[in-house]
Design a protein around this ligand. Structure first.
Ligand SMILES: *[C@@H]1O[C@H](CO)[C@@H](O)[C@H](O)[C@H]1NC(C)=O
Ligand SMILES: *[C@@H]1O[C@H](CO)[C@@H](O)[C@H](O)[C@H]1NC(C)=O
Ligand SMILES: *[C@@H]1O[C@H](CO)[C@@H](O)[C@H](O)[C@H]1NC(C)=O
Ligand SMILES: *[C@@H]1O[C@H](CO)[C@@H](O)[C@H](O)[C@H]1NC(C)=O
Ligand SMILES: *[C@@H]1O[C@H](CO)[C@@H](O)[C@H](O)[C@H]1NC(C)=O
Length: 447
């Protein structure tokens, strides 16, 4: 079994490599290549449903990447990237399994969609990167080379860091393999630095006094889950499922589908409205955990260290930070391409520290706004990436562009709010990261 999956993995990996080389060789302008999202394996679940998987959605572009206008050159690229698809974490996996056992223990199944449970075996691992997640990271590395090949040279190999969790390191390494493959092995970046999660770390959110969004998620669960539980309990009399079980069974759809790379039978138990509610649950978590809504105002401080490192790179000056940055670790400043691998909660903290996705109305825990702009599946799907480009134009001056999953961010806090921000104004706009306030907030994480 293991042998077969290794062979399959290598086959898929090889196919991706060939595809990415083919794409590179047959297209005249590498910086204009856009990876077609529909090239990704279909997984047997409609794409519009996959996009409702919140932070467990597989990567898909949220916009259309465009190179800078004529007369402008990109001079530096900073990529902050989430690990690829993973197994459920330890506690979550145990909870999912327990809910499945409860459902399986029903007196009978009154719905044919439940019959698979008669010989169902829970076989998800925990915590680690999936082959699908490795592919996503590989493809992201290949895309980074294709898009930014002109910034790469023998003296300009990407500088790569990863937070210390296995899946993050594996994502970073698979990214470097994809990058090297797309360059036809001319450039072989390696993971230069692994930042321990036991210490303050700019690629990992950590703030013991901060909330985790569970209160807000529970409120929403109380709104949407009871009716779904009732429906399932009718189909499985005696199972006696509660609201938490509904969430756990819904989560099996993305996790099992991504692990098996074909539709999990759990997906069929739910309708679009259920998945919409599931997605909103993730939006609430991200907003109230490390986002703008953390009740003690300790969400965005968890992204400050990375933002200060970003400012240092963009301006070519040493890091000034009093939060997570560890000044005794190597921090080169004259690179052209930096790639940092992290977790979604850290990315959300960075967004909030920077002022991205600054929605004027906080998401309501009792009512979902279908037109909301704070949407986890577009911000932090598996393999999510924020790319900050430094651009120089003949017309004068350096500026900054920020893409989140290929969508140009308007940067309404800077200039015209049209997505182009003078470098100097960008640095100025990052007042929170540079402030005494963020230093104090960081202390409040611990005291
Ligand atoms: C890519 O990720 C997989 C996990 O799916 C891991 O086993 C493998 O070692 C990674 N590749 C590299 C080059 O680290
Ligand atoms: C991180 O820094 C804070 C504030 O200086 C300190 O209290 C805390 O112990 C550090 N955390 C770790 C894990 O070292
Ligand atoms: C900085 O990183 C080094 C190397 O991992 C470690 O020994 C040191 O304790 C870290 N410093 C702080 C303040 O965490
Ligand atoms: C978010 O927007 C509000 C105004 O709409 C502004 O007062 C606030 O400073 C912004 N927050 C950040 C972090 O940019
Ligand atoms: C952009 O790069 C090209 C090719 O290296 C160069 O000729 C041109 O002067 C550069 N433009 C700017 C504005 O730096």
């Amino acid at each position: 079994m293991l042998g077969i999956s290794v062979v399959l993995f290598l086959l898929i990996y090889g196919a991706l490599l060939v595809l990415s080389l083919f794409g590179y060789l047959t297209r005249p302008s590498p910086s204009r290549v856009v990876t077609d999202p529909d090239d990704a394996p279909s997984l047997g679940v409609p794409k519009h449903i996959q996009k409702m998987w919140g932070q467990y959605a597989p990567w898909h572009p949220a916009g259309h990447y465009t190179p800078p206008p004529e007369g402008c050159n990109i001079t530096q690229v900073n990529i902050l990237q989430r690990h690829g698809a993973r197994f459920p974490n330890d506690d979550d996996g145990a909870a999912y399994h327990a809910s499945i056992k409860r459902l399986t223990a029903a007196r009978k199944f009154a719905d044919p969609r439940l019959e698979f449970l008669q010989d169902y075996k829970y076989d998800l691992g925990t915590e680690t990167l999936l082959p699908y997640g490795a592919m996503q990271s590989f493809e992201a590395g290949a895309q980074a080379f294709r898009r930014y090949a002109h910034l790469v040279g023998p003296a300009h190999i990407p500088f790569v860091r990863a937070s210390g969790k296995r899946r993050v390191i594996d994502s970073a390494r698979n990214w470097t393999v994809g990058f090297a493959a797309a360059s036809r092995q001319r450039y072989n970046p390696s993971v230069d630095l692994i930042l321990s999660e036991e210490r303050n770390n700019t690629l990992n959110n950590d703030c013991p006094n901060a909330g985790d969004g569970s209160e807000q998620m529970d409120e929403w669960l109380g709104v949407f889950a009871p009716a779904v539980a009732e429906r399932l309990n009718k189909a499985a009399p005696g199972a006696d499922l509660g609201a938490e079980d509904v969430f756990n069974l819904l989560a099996m759809c993305p996790f099992e589908t991504l692990a098996r790379q074909r539709a999990s039978p759990f997906c069929a138990l739910f309708n679009e409205d259920d998945f919409r509610a599931f997605e909103y649950h993730g939006d609430l978590e991200k907003y109230y955990k490390t986002g703008y809504g953390e009740p003690h105002g300790l969400g965005r401080v968890q992204g400050v260290g990375y933002v200060n490192e970003l400012l240092a790179r963009l301006t070519g000056t040493p890091v000034r930070d009093h939060t997570q940055h560890n000044g005794s670790l190597p921090f080169p400043l004259h690179g052209t391409l930096y790639a940092d691998f992290t977790h979604e909660n850290e990315m959300v903290a960075v967004f909030a520290a920077m002022g991205l996705f600054n929605v004027s109305v906080p998401p309501d825990t009792h009512e979902m706004d279908p037109a909301r702009e704070w949407v986890a599946s577009r911000m932090v799907p598996f393999s999510a990436r924020m790319v900050v480009e430094r651009v120089v134009c003949a017309a004068g001056g350096e500026s900054v562009r920020v893409f989140v999953n290929d969508k140009l961010q308007p940067l309404e806090f800077c200039g015209e709010g049209d997505g182009v921000c003078a470098l100097e104004s960008f640095v100025e706009s990052q007042a929170y990261a540079r402030s005494e306030q963020s230093r104090e907030d960081f202390e409040r994480c611990y005291n």
